[in-house]
Design a protein around this ligand. Structure first.
Ligand code: B12
Length: 224
């Protein structure tokens, strides 16, 4: 029964996103939360596959930019509802501070917001600087709040260089070792992360949270 309900609502959410129907997507996400279904599962099984389909259609010129924008708005509306539900489960004990941003030139933030919400849900203190953020601004915030981790998102091949810029700037300022730097986002790979000297890369938000936990544990020598 529960499985059927899940399949029904997840399919409805995927359809609403592909159709660019913001209201239906939001309402569907609200129903998912109200029914007590897993919001993270909804992100992974409805929002992400729908984003992939929309991205492919855009690439094949089957839809226009205006359609992509409408679908993005629908994704964002649903993601907001689902991430709020995830964040509500936040534990009390703080485990570490993370400064997160989408790098300069890139305005994609749906994935980054999911990573931020999951970090909050797992007890991290998160400073989300938003999108299109210059390297220096990210470093200044990390210095100001005494962050443990800098997490950088990039969705495009043309903007992933922004992740390298942050690491290069940290090195130039002789503070690279102060921070754990993790990177992610559609355009990036584990190989890219190694190439630019990041401490880690993860493909998905939950993997990103586990990675950050493990890296903090290794650095501090104790479980956060
Ligand atoms: C939605 C979307 C948009 C929306 C963004 C809205 C928003 N507020 O974010 C809008 C319509 C604005 C948009 C604009 C553009 N877009 Co766009 N967009 C997409 C689309 C369809 C989905 C992205 C998304 O949100 N996915 C869902 C989320 C949940 O997935 P995600 O971001 O990958 O995040 C997950 C993981 O990667 C990971 N993660 C993400 N960040 C991080 C960070 C860390 C530290 C870690 C550990 C993990 C992690 O966790 C997340 C959850 O598991 C993609 C297609 C695709 N398949 O990615 C194209 C895509 C990214 N866009 C593309 C392009 C070209 C553009 C435009 C240039 C189009 C144009 N001609 O104007 C502009 C760019 C504007 C700019 N300067 O940034 C291309 C990029 C091609 C490339 N490889 O360089 C893509 C791939 C589409 C395509 N196939 O052509 N876009």
């Amino acid at each position: 029964m529960r499985k059927m309900l899940e399949e029904k609502y997840f399919a409805e959410l995927r359809e609403a996103i592909i159709a660019g129907d913001v209201q239906r997507a939001r309402e569907c996400a609200e129903k998912i939360v109200k029914e007590g279904l897993d919001p993270l599962k909804a992100i992974e099984e409805a929002i992400q596959p729908a984003a992939k389909i929309v991205g492919e259609k855009f690439e094949k010129l089957e839809i226009f930019l205006v359609d992509l924008i409408m679908s993005a708005d629908a994704m964002k509306a649903a993601a907001e509802v689902l991430t709020s539900a995830i964040k509500a489960k936040r534990p009390l004990k703080p485990v570490g501070k993370v400064v997160i941003a989408t790098v300069q030139g890139d305005i994609h933030d749906i994935g980054k917001n999911i990573v931020a919400a999951l970090l909050v849900a797992n007890g991290f203190e998160v400073y989300d600087l938003g999108v299109d953020v210059p390297a220096l601004k990210i470093i200044e915030k990390a210095e100001e709040v005494g962050a443990d981790v800098i997490a950088l998102s990039a969705l495009m091949t043309s903007t992933m260089r922004g992740q390298k810029d942050v690491i290069d700037m940290l090195k130039a300022m002789s503070i690279r070792d102060k921070y754990i730097v993790v990177v992610g986002g559609g355009a990036t790979t584990a190989e890219w992360a190694r190439e630019i000297g990041a401490d880690g890369w993860a493909e998905t938000a939950p993997e990103g949270v586990s990675l950050i936990r493990r890296l903090i544990e290794e650095k501090r020598g104790v479980k956060p």
